[in-house]
Design a binder for this molecule. Structure first.
Ligand code: SF4
Length: 285
């Protein structure tokens, strides 16, 4: 009887994994290159084929106060470790590979309780990117960001800016739901930030709108949303403005006026006239 080969062992292992409900198996990059050279080449091509829109600078732009610190050797090492674990590198992968990497991510303990990873959605070349805290129950169930009550309010905010959800990009600091909708822990946010950073790099938005205290902390490295909402900051060339999170507005509707003032500042930067929105509201009344 012939000796079992490595292929036999591998097949046995894959059958066992499939029987136990595993749909994804990670391969180290070397193994991947050896057995699936086309897929590795496709990853490189995806990465190279993610140019910025023609009207934008093609210079790499990331980071800012909070983000800048993460280009440290330790973070790069962490990203490389992630690359070994997951067969791709969040620091260099293109959009499709990044999405795949996130969908199978186990970098922090939030993966244990998630139903779906929420990658974010919208225009991958959007001029405006909204960044919230993390998925809630509805988002976890659907795999889409901001679809619950707070999400409906965000949609109205975007429409008030004379835009649609499809024209902007909506993401979060963490991509898996913290149990009970608690604030993400620092280690969870730090583990997830490389993905968001890469999304910002690939999208190259003109404006980041930070929704609430959590993105304020991790993107700008600041606290005090009540004091800082509506103020402009520079995140390596990207104009960045914090405002209140829609879920806070549901609890404190008196803050809606403040948020509208913040959004008007964003509208002014993209050439939209807030008066036009007000005329539309008056017509509907
Ligand atoms: S929250 Fe982010 S880092 Fe944590 S498991 Fe989900 S995708 Fe990975």
């Amino acid at each position: 009887m012939p000796e079992p080969t490595i292929a036999d062992d591998l097949l046995q292992l894959l059958n066992w994994e499939q029987k136990h409900g595993r749909k994804t198996v990670y391969l180290a990059p070397d193994t991947r290159s050896q057995f699936f050279p086309d897929s590795v080449q496709a990853c490189r091509e995806t990465r190279d084929a993610n140019p910025a829109p023609a009207s934008r600078s093609t210079e790499p732009r990331v980071t800012g106060a909070g983000l800048k610190t993460d280009t440290s050797a330790a973070t790069i090492q962490q990203a490389k470790q992630d690359s070994s674990d997951h067969g791709g590198d969040p620091m260099t992968c293109g959009w499709e590979d990044l999405s795949r990497l996130v969908q199978t991510c186990h970098r922090c303990s939030l993966h244990k309780s998630r139903t779906n990873v929420v990658f974010g959605e919208g225009d991958p070349h959007a001029r405006i990117m909204f960044i919230g805290e993390g998925p809630g129950f509805d988002e976890d169930q659907s795999g889409r960001p901001f679809v619950g009550r707070a999400g409906q309010l965000l949609t109205k905010m975007i429409q008030a800016m004379q835009l649609s959800r499809e024209e902007v990009f909506i993401g979060n600091i963490v991509k898996c739901r913290p149990p009970g909708n608690r604030t993400p822990h620092e280690d969870e946010a730090e583990a997830c930030l490389p993905f968001l950073r890469r999304q910002i790099e690939l999208i190259q938005p003109d404006i980041l709108v930070l929704l609430g205290a959590t993105p304020l902390k991790y993107i700008l490295g600041k606290t005090g949303i009540t004091r800082l909402h509506g103020t402009w900051h520079d995140v390596n060339g990207i104009a960045t403005i914090p405002t209140f999170h829609p879920s806070y507005l549901l609890r404190s509707p008196q803050r809606k006026r403040d948020v509208w003032e913040d959004l008007k500042k964003v509208m002014a930067r993209i050439g939209k006239d807030p008066e036009e929105t007000m005329r539309k509201v008056r017509r509907q009344d």
